[in-house]
Ligand binder design. Structure first.
Ligand SMILES: Nc1nc2c(c(=O)[nH]1)N[C@H]1C(S)=C(S)[C@@H](COP(=O)(O)O)O[C@H]1N2
Ligand SMILES: [Mo]
Length: 263
């Protein structure tokens, strides 16, 4: 399994995405875009931080805009799994054996009322169903139908403290063979409150399978695949993620990926 992707590959991918982004905007310099993107100027921006992707995003429209939704006819024949497909974690495997009846999502940190939600409780909350395209930086896409609870529902129950800025998703799957360095991700409150940001428990009308993140994975439809944390065990509201793992806000970010992975 490919665990660490090179920063240089990431840069290539960013460039391809930027070209697509500019193309989508229908800008006049499209023809010269490939040339331009190879220039040192763009390279330096690409390798630095998320400024360029935030900038291109703003150029096209506010982040509040909805991601494109598709119809049943557009569904991919199969929604593949990527990254972890079975968490190498005995505690998780025990929970899976019992169809996650003993699993509960912990929501804590900078919230008024920290609490746990069982799968049953989450399923009883209002839900949203959406057919969207998932884009992975490795160069594949798939269209899937997701059903889940808008994160907004959960956040309105726990109450977000005024100093909270980000949500951190702590996952069950260790990224090292010795069982350490669990996958994690983070998003800001703007994305957390977005109507298409859901904690998905169904994929293509079926209970979310383990390879796709059972029992719960997040969908953040305006960002790339690696932001869509699977196997979520705990959501922590924080004012900064600098103290968590490598300090960059996610497993892949700690390896050099952009924190804001706007499509
Ligand atoms: N916990 C966890 N979440 C994860 C990953 C992972 O390895 N572990 N991989 C990410 C990447 S790179 C992608 S493209 C998607 C893949 O989702 P899928 O397995 O449903 O296709 O999950 C993302 N979320
Ligand atoms: Mo990915």
């Amino acid at each position: 399994m490919l665990k660490r992707r090179q920063a240089v590959t990431n840069q290539e991918d960013r460039r391809r995405f930027l070209i697509r982004v500019f193309a989508g905007a229908g800008t006049l310099f499209l023809a010269g875009c490939d040339q331009l993107s190879k220039s040192e100027w763009v390279q330096s921006l690409l390798s630095n931080d998320s400024r360029i992707s935030r900038f291109t995003h703003r150029l096209i429209g506010p982040r509040k805009a909805m991601a494109q939704e598709f119809s049943e006819a557009d569904l991919s024949p199969e929604f593949r799994s990527n990254g972890t497909s079975t968490p190498n974690n005995p505690a998780y495997q025990e929970l899976a054996k019992n169809d996650f009846k003993d699993w509960a999502l912990e929501v804590g940190g900078l919230v008024e009322k920290p609490q746990k939600f069982t799968l049953e409780q989450i399923r009883a909350l209002p839900s949203r169903t959406q057919i969207t395209r998932h884009d992975c930086v490795e160069g594949w896409s798939a269209i899937g139908k997701w059903k889940g609870t808008p994160l907004l529902e959960i956040l309105s129950i726990v109450g977000v403290k005024s100093n909270a800025k980000f949500l951190v998703f702590h996952c069950a799957d260790p990224m090292e063979d010795d069982g350490t360095n669990n996958y994690y991700e983070s998003i800001d409150l703007e994305d957390a409150f977005h109507p298409q940001t859901i904690l998905a428990y169904e994929l293509n009308d079926k209970t979310l399978p383990v390879p796709n993140g059972a029992p719960i994975r997040v969908r953040v439809e305006r960002q790339l695949g690696y932001k869509m944390a699977k196997y979520i065990m705990r959501i922590e509201l924080v004012d900064s993620f600098e103290h968590i793992a490598g300090g960059k806000g996610g497993y892949w970010e700690d390896q050099g990926y952009e924190w804001y992975a706007g499509i």
